[in-house]
Design a protein around this ligand. Structure first.
Ligand code: NAD
Length: 433
């Protein structure tokens, strides 16, 4: 249900009936039925292997101590170390982190890299902390997690409101907990580090680059030339801004952008680099001088070929899906579409590149960074680009084949292909004892 507010915009009033993690479980169950997944394997994947909650004290700049709550959920490690980002946001909860961790398991299985799925976060609005408070909070969070992290056990990465600098603090803090002769192996405890601290030059752009690779495959199949393509982006952070900059290089035209500060539009095209600089300086897209400010509904109604959600969960509700005026939703964000939104997109014949496929570029290049660190190799951006393209193209074909073979929509097909990969490892290895 939706009602008009004072400004004439519509506001959703219906709370979702299922939690985010329950929705992931339902989605897994749907795909499991379609492929007749072994019930034992389904039961294992239905729940995270472990859920860790920590409350930890941090000294604030004014001398007072504030206690923060952080989470790390380790969903599954059948294919390799738990892998997944750390998010700083006031809405972080055990349920949200559990859903995000399960998606990581499915994503890594779908693209077939040797990682499992994990996710973490701290319930905080980082904009309210100074840089030194943020650093102390990050370091105390890592200290509180203790042996739950490790280069061959659980390897975090950036997510919403965390970045390369946060990852460098994590690696340095983890190193400090090791005996001196073991500290050299601390580097691979985290990916998405600054290049100077063992990071990969390919990592910062990787998720956005992957989104563009997937859009290009869709465009090839739909005979929609990239140089004629128009698109809109929600979220102009790490994922959204990189996707937009790379699409600019391909000749596609960015016509509208929305973030937490507002929405802007220019049908003649918004320059992604200039907007990126504006966001760096002002903290959001609001006030960008070379486009018109519009309201939230007008943003979603903007005609374009592609819409890239690259912000948070639950953005494409049934009501938003009914307003979208696009041919493709390319999910840069994790979980941007509610089940009702998904049904509405299908009903309207709007294609979807689902999150576990569309934003997998980040974890694939995280794997390259981890491999570079664990083998003492040097970065090789050209090799990374070629391998990323190859891995994502294979995953795209896998999803297309599952969609065709099982008669499934693309989201269910992506889950089905991922579950099949996980099933093989359990059936081959058996269950201890
Ligand atoms: P980020 O913190 O760099 O950017 C988040 C963006 O979302 C910002 O532009 C912010 O303004 C916008 N936003 C926040 N609340 C909003 C709202 N209510 N309405 C509109 N916009 C809003 O985060 P990111 O790393 O770019 O992650 C974005 C999404 O992509 C998340 O779902 C994340 O899990 C997913 N993801 C990220 C990576 C990665 O490598 N960073 C990899 C895979 C998936």
């Amino acid at each position: 249900m939706s009602v008009a507010n004072a400004t004439g915009s519509f506001v959703e009033t219906t709370a979702p009936t299922q939690s985010l993690f329950e929705r992931v479980q339902a989605q897994i169950a749907r795909a499991a039925r379609a492929i007749e997944l072994a019930p034992d394997v389904h039961a294992i994947l239905d729940k995270p292997m472990s859920r860790i909650a920590v409350n930890f004290p941090v000294r604030m700049d004014d001398g007072r101590v504030r206690t923060f709550t952080g989470y790390r959920v380790q969903h599954n490690n059948a294919l390799g170390p738990f892998k997944g980002g750390i998010r700083y946001h006031p809405a972080v909860s055990m349920d949200e982190v559990s859903a995000l961790a399960a998606w990581m398991t499915l994503k890594c299985a779908l693209v077939d890299i040797p990682f499992g799925g994990g996710k973490g976060g701290v319930q905080v609005d980082p904009s309210t902390l100074s840089q030194s408070e943020l650093q102390r909070m990050t370091r105390r969070f890592v200290y509180a997690l203790g042996p739950n992290l490790g280069p061959t056990y659980d390897v975090p990465a950036p997510d919403v409101n965390t970045d390369a600098r946060t990852m460098a603090w994590i690696a340095d803090t983890y190193a400090a907990t090791l005996p001196p002769h073991e500290r050299h192996r601390a580097m691979s405890v985290v990916t998405g580090k600054p290049v100077s601290a063992g990071g990969s030059p390919s990592r910062a752009k990787a998720t956005g680059q992957g989104v563009v690779e997937l859009i290009a495959l869709w465009a090839r199949d739909k005979a929609c030339p990239m140089e004629d393509m128009t698109y809109t982006v929600q979220g102009f952070g790490k994922v959204g801004s990189w996707a937009a900059r790379i699409l600019k290089d391909k000749g596609a035209r960015l016509v509208a952008v929305q973030d937490h500060t507002g929405s802007i539009r220019d049908p003649r095209g918004i320059d992604a680099d200039a907007l990126g600089e504006h966001v760096q300086r002002h903290g959001g897209v609001a006030g960008f001088p070379a486009a018109d400010a519009i309201d939230r509904d007008a943003f979603f109604e903007t005609p374009a070929d592609v819409f890239i959600p690259a912000a948070l969960e639950d953005q494409i509700t049934e009501r938003v899906a009914a307003r979208l005026n696009v041919r493709l939703v390319a999910e840069g964000a994790n979980g941007p579409t509610t089940p009702q939104g998904d049904a509405a997109l299908q009903h309207r014949g709007i294609d979807v590149l689902p999150d576990i496929l569309c934003n997998a570029g980040g974890v694939v290049v995280s794997y390259f960074e981890w491999r570079q660190n664990t083998t003492n190799d040097v970065p090789d951006p050209k090799r990374d680009d070629a391998q990323l393209r190859e891995i994502l193209a294979r995953a795209y074909e896998r999803v297309a084949a599952a969609s065709h073979g099982f008669g499934l929509d693309w989201r269910s097909a992506a889950y089905a292909a991922a579950l099949q990969r996980l099933e093989t490892v359990y059936l081959d290895r058996g269950i201890f004892p």
